[in-house]
Design a binder for this molecule. Structure first.
Ligand code: 6GU
Length: 322
């Protein structure tokens, strides 16, 4: 998978090179490039915004900068062709200790890897997701497989559709994700409307609160998506048991020591009886979900036994949540 992020704060995306994503980059599973939107501005002040038509507070990001930026990122042309894929924390560290020179310090545009030694460009699917000759084709249909090969453009906005675990799973099989980070009062809507020529476009929100810009949302979304790609997480089972994967919140976990500050690990977990442990874990999930997120129960298959457990928490399983 290749991820491109367009932002006026490239440094905000530095965490992408760490931990999970860093590992995925090292393993050649991921390529990540961060692009400074101001590379596409037209004036000495590198302006990217203007006052809103119709009046009101704040500034709106202009289509005359965003349009060409997204065109170039889709085709990896212009300033987007020069942007060096992010190296991992490891490569970053080497560069800064003089053992190599792969980034320019801010990890964005400028000196690029030579294209042969860089891990970033060799990954599975890397570079294969460009729109190529399909750029004149609104549907992005490659004419052979019938598959829409346009990259997915993700626009984080508090006005978007909810980003959920289901969205993360759906996006984890994409070849290319492009994120457009808006700031201020947002991006001129025509940018999103026009981008549909070259991209499949989704506007998403990560929750019911307002952030200053989309950058942090990109970090959240990228982590949720990338950890679902095979080979990124060590243990396959670890995401099968995630909160949400069966529609319920995950219950509590315990490790050694058996007793700590007078608190004992529940006996059942030490019993060696797997059936009993599984049943206990399901009960804990049901109880926690009923207490914290009763709205989730509406979409879960519940056995008679499950309903009994839930009733113990909320008294009665109402029409609304059963
Ligand atoms: Cl995706 N972006 C911004 N700016 N604010 C948000 C959000 C996204 N999701 C919730 N609040």
């Amino acid at each position: 998978m290749r991820i491109d992020v367009v932002t006026i704060f490239p440094g905000y995306l530095d965490p992408l090179r760490h931990a999970l994503l860093g590992k995925a980059i090292e393993r050649g599973i991921m390529t990540v490039a961060v692009h400074d939107l101001r590379s596409w501005s037209h004036d000495v002040h590198r302006t990217v915004d203007d006052s809103p038509f119709g009046g009101g507070p704040g500034m709106v990001m202009v289509p005359t900068v965003w349009g060409p930026a997204l065109d170039d990122v889709a085709a990896l042309t212009g300033p987007a062709a020069e942007s060096s894929p992010l190296e991992t924390a490891l490569a970053h560290k080497l560069a800064h200790t003089g053992a190599g020179s792969v980034t320019d310090g801010d990890g964005t545009t400028g000196p690029v890897t030579d294209g042969s030694g860089g891990e970033g460009g060799t990954g599975e699917g890397a570079g294969s997701g460009t729109t190529g000759s399909g750029s004149d084709c609104g549907s992005g249909d490659d004419g052979t497989t019938g598959r829409d090969d346009r990259p997915l453009l993700i626009v984080p906005t508090p006005a978007g559709a909810p980003f959920t675990q289901e969205t993360a799973a759906r996006w984890s099989t994409e070849d290319r994700l492009v994120f457009a980070c808006g700031r201020y009062e947002g991006i001129d809507q025509r940018v999103v409307d026009d981008a549909a020529e070259r991209y499949r476009v989704e506007e998403v929100s990560i929750g019911d609160y307002v952030l200053i810009g989309g950058e942090v949302a990109v970090l959240v979304i990228a982590e949720a998506v990338v950890r679902l790609i095979p080979g990124v997480l060590g243990n396959r089972r670890s995401h099968e048991e995630d909160s949400f994967s069966d529609g319920l919140l995950e219950g509590p976990s315990y490790t050694k020591p058996r007793e700590w500050r007078g608190l004992a690990v529940p006996d059942v977990l030490l019993s060696g009886n797997h059936a009993l442990v599984d049943r206990w874990r399901r009960d804990q999930s049901l109880i926690r979900t009923a207490e914290r997120r009763p709205d989730l129960l509406a979409d879960v298959d519940l056995s008679a036994r499950d309903r009994e457990i839930i009733q113990g928490v909320i008294g009665e399983v109402t029409e609304e949540n059963c």
